[in-house]
Design a protein around this ligand. Structure first.
Ligand code: G3P
Ligand code: MG
Length: 247
């Protein structure tokens, strides 16, 4: 099996993490999975955005976890990408659930780490809310919960143990203790950064019995090489051009 994940939707064609991007991804024939980044506002509302700050992907500035939802809900999350996407707002997890129910696309929900003095309370609120919202997802739709943050994965294990968990690693963060970290989260899925990933490392992880997905892979030759090495899936901004490699 080699699975293609639409990383933040189809961000090569529409602004990342917006409903427009996810809709475009669902129109890619045979694409089975989308990935989205869940963050939380100061007043504990879930929004879909990658960065801690609004600056890069909206027409506002400031840190998401330090702002209330009412202050950011009218931000354009698409004008930076193109005028035709000006009406795109920060999408909500509820909107993604509705899209998944309508299209049957599977969801990889990445929980973004929360920083600051009330980080642990916000983390708990985030995981609890994700768990509640997922109750309205059709039962045949698969869910994978992932995070760089082992605290969030541990919370996911206790609050919504029915969903598989993946621990995400930056290339530089993959140390000798990787198995200990995975075991701590009761997870057997490694989502690792592509930079400098070698066949030897792929073998090490696969031979130890873990599933392995790689991010972010936009080059077809590289994706094909990873598939031939036995990698289980790749996250890509170009699901439309890599989907033929899925098997
Ligand atoms: O989960 C794969 C990938 O999304 C992790 O990195 O920074 O794109 O959320 P990032
Ligand atoms: Mg992500």
């Amino acid at each position: 099996m080699f699975t293609i994940y639409g990383h933040r939707g189809l961000p090569s064609k529409a602004p990342e993490n917006t409903l427009a991007s996810f809709k475009k991804a669902t129109s890619v024939s045979d694409l089975k999975w989308i990935e989205l980044d869940v963050a939380i506002t100061k007043d504990e509302q879930l929004v879909i955005i990658h960065d801690d700050y609004l600056d890069r992907t909206t027409d506002m500035v400031g840190e998401v976890s330090q702002l209330n939802y009412n202050e950011i809900k009218h931000a354009s999350a698409g004008s930076w990408f193109g005028n035709e996407y000006e009406a795109e707002h920060l999408s909500t997890l509820k909107e993604i659930i509705d899209l998944a129910n309508n299209t049957k696309i599977n969801l990889n929900i990445e929980l973004k780490g929360v920083s600051g003095p009330n980080g642990s309370e916000l983390s708990e609120s985030m995981v609890t809310q994700v768990s509640e919202i997922l109750k309205s997802l059709d039962s045949q739709i698969e869910v994978l919960i992932s995070s760089f943050n082992i605290y969030l994965l541990k919370l996911a294990e206790s609050i919504m143990p029915q969903y598989q968990r993946a621990l995400i690693f930056k290339a530089s963060g993959f140390g000798k203790d990787w198995r200990t970290l995975l075991n701590f989260c009761n997870s057997n899925i490694v989502n690792i950064e592509d930079t400098k990933l070698t066949q030897a490392r792929v073998k090490e992880i696969k031979n130890a019995g873990y599933a392995l997905n790689v991010w972010t892979v936009n080059n077809q030759l590289r994706a094909n090489q990873l598939a031939n090495w036995g990698v289980d899936g790749v996250f890509t901004d170009k699901a439309d051009t890599l989907i033929h490699l899925q098997r």
